[in-house]
Structure formats: C-alpha cells, structure tokens
Design a protein around this ligand. Structure first.
Ligand SMILES: [Zn+2]
Length: 183
C-alpha cells in the first residue's frame, strides 16, 4: 500500500470513529449551550458570538488545554480536526463537516436544535465577555458622530471596552441566522 493510501485509510477510519462517537451527542435541554472552538474555527466562533453564544476561542490553547477546559466548563468542543476529536478525553463535541462558515453555523444550530433566534449582540466579538448597556452620554466621544446621531442604544464590553451598536447590518444578520435555524 502506498503512503498516501495508508494516510487516506487512517483518515477515513478516524472519521468513522468520530461519527460513531458523535451519534451519542445530545444537546442540553434547558440551559443554553456553551462552546469552545478550536483554532481553525475563528469565523464560526465570531458568528456564534454575534448570535449571542458563549464561545471560548483563542490561539493560545494547546489541544490538551482546550479539551480539559471544555470538559471542566461543560463546553461543546467544535472542531474539524479528526486527530483531536478521536482522543478519548474528548467528550461532548461537534465535528464540523464543511469548510464553509455558514454551513458550519447551520450544522451547529441544527445539532443543538436551536429553533429560536438567540440573543443577538450580547457578547463581545473579540473577547466573548457579556456586554453591558452603555448610557448614550457616556460613549459620545468613543463612536463616530454619525453613529452617535443615528443609533439610540449602545453596549460596551467590560473587559476590552469596545462599543457595540445594532448598526445597519442587523437586518441582514438576522435574516442569515433565521435561515440557518433548526426546523
Ligand atoms: Zn471585549
């Protein structure tokens, strides 16, 4: 057998193992699912945060750290890395089938059976911190004048200080998410 053939066989054996393992996946019933995304899934992590999900994402974690944090905090591990997911220590996970971010998002929302729109704009997109209401007066010199004039409500991140507002793309984000919800 050639090397590439051996590798292909090993990869498909891993995939088979992962599909079997993930067949036992059950979404949490009551409380909202929380996630940890591996380093390759930055765009997915960002979309999930836009939707309001708590998603741990950092390029500083080793595989071992990512797995142990996920287990400790009850986070669903998101990954496309079959070598990572076959490991015995990996418990609750979603193996993302597609390389496309919106397909991945759809798969996640389907697997956790998310049928309603989550809480949009409640998480900092950079550091995952829960946003807090920011009084309009307090942020006047921290956002563009046009934004200040046209927006009525603002939120800020207690950790990094970034200011967020609904903005003009809110409608299209909502439409995108609505189309991806579990039916
Ligand atoms: Zn932040």
């Amino acid at each position: 057998m050639s090397n590439s053939e051996t590798r292909r066989k090993a990869a498909s054996a891993r995939l088979e193992q992962i599909r079997t393992k993930s067949a036992s996946f059950r979404p949490h019933e009551e409380e909202k699912c929380i996630f940890a995304a591996d380093v390759m899934l930055g765009r997915l992590a960002k979309w999930l945060r836009i939707a309001g999900f708590n998603v741990l994402y950092s390029n500083k974690f080793s595989d071992d750290e990512l797995i142990s944090i996920s287990n400790r905090e009850g986070r669903i591990l998101l990954s496309r890395d079959t070598r990572l997911l076959v490991r015995k220590s990996v418990k609750t996970f979603i193996y993302l089938e597609s390389e496309n971010t919106l397909d991945q998002l759809k798969q996640v929302l389907e697997q956790i059976r998310q049928a309603r729109l989550p809480a949009l704009l409640t998480r900092c997109l950079s550091c995952n911190e829960a946003l807090v209401e920011a009084p309009r007066e307090s942020i006047q010199d921290r956002v563009p004048a046009f934004v200040y004039k046209t927006q009525s409500s603002f939120k800020s991140c207690p950790k990094c200080g970034k200011i967020f507002w609904a903005g003009t793309h809110r409608a299209s984000v909502l439409r995108t998410l609505e189309n991806l919800l579990y039916r």
